[in-house]
Design a protein around this ligand. Structure first.
Ligand code: AMP
Length: 200
């Protein structure tokens, strides 16, 4: 039974939950790094998969990640946050909310119901397709958010879609960058407009 239905107990408000201890600076970054798990050979042999689910499950790590993302995002002065399906939604939506901004999703094909712009990008094997509503970012200064930058194909495609429907991309923001895969160069390479909290 919920506390709302508990008569006199309702006056006490919802049950309290532990408040995560705020952490800052390099301590925060180290804490976030420690909450990411590397899984070898997933989803196929040779891939070192960066698993963010332990980070999401740890309130302190999640809060610190959003704090760090927000600091980077504010410097880029976006007016709209765009997240890439699906881990870009996980960070992009709370980031937009913290910044008092709206959010727009870039999705896999066939998911968005209104008129879309559609872009194709090359993957290691084969190709992928992403879509964005035509009216999602027109006239906005767009910050593109995803969990991880690898080859940059996904983020570059999202950036092109935003520009095609009348947005101006002011930056790309990631929790993790796998530097050896060269994604940064594919996004134009500027150090200040392509930001990652952790580089491997
Ligand atoms: P890319 O287009 O090569 O930059 O790949 C980026 C996208 O693939 C992101 O949406 C990531 O979530 C996912 N991704 C690529 N490589 C990895 C990896 N090693 N660990 C976790 N996610 C990855």
């Amino acid at each position: 039974m919920s506390s709302l239905a508990n008569g006199p107990g309702a006056a006490l408000g919802p049950p309290s939950r532990p408040v995560p201890r705020p952490i800052g600076g390099s301590e925060a970054l180290a804490y976030v790094a420690g909450a990411i798990r590397t899984i070898s050979d997933f989803p196929k042999p040779g891939i070192q998969f960066k698993d963010i689910t332990p980070l999401l499950a740890d309130a302190q790590a999640l809060g610190a990640t959003l704090d760090l993302l927000q600091t980077r995002a504010e410097a880029l002065r976006p007016t709209r946050i765009v997240g890439i399906e699906s881990r870009g939604f996980v960070f992009g939506v709370p980031l937009a909310d913290r910044m008092g901004l709206g959010f727009a999703p870039v999705r896999k094909p066939g998911k968005l119901p209104h008129r879309v712009a559609r872009g194709e990008y090359v993957l290691e094997y084969g190709s992928g397709v992403l879509e964005l509503h035509e009216d999602a970012v027109a006239g906005h200064e767009v910050l593109i958010v995803d969990d991880l930058l690898a080859t940059g194909g996904t983020a570059a495609c999202a950036g092109e879609l935003c520009q095609r429907v009348g947005g101006r991309v002011v930056g790309y923001l990631f929790v993790i960058e796998l530097a050896a895969l060269g994604g940064r160069a594919r996004l134009g390479g500027a150090r200040d407009t392509v930001q990652a909290l952790l580089t491997y």
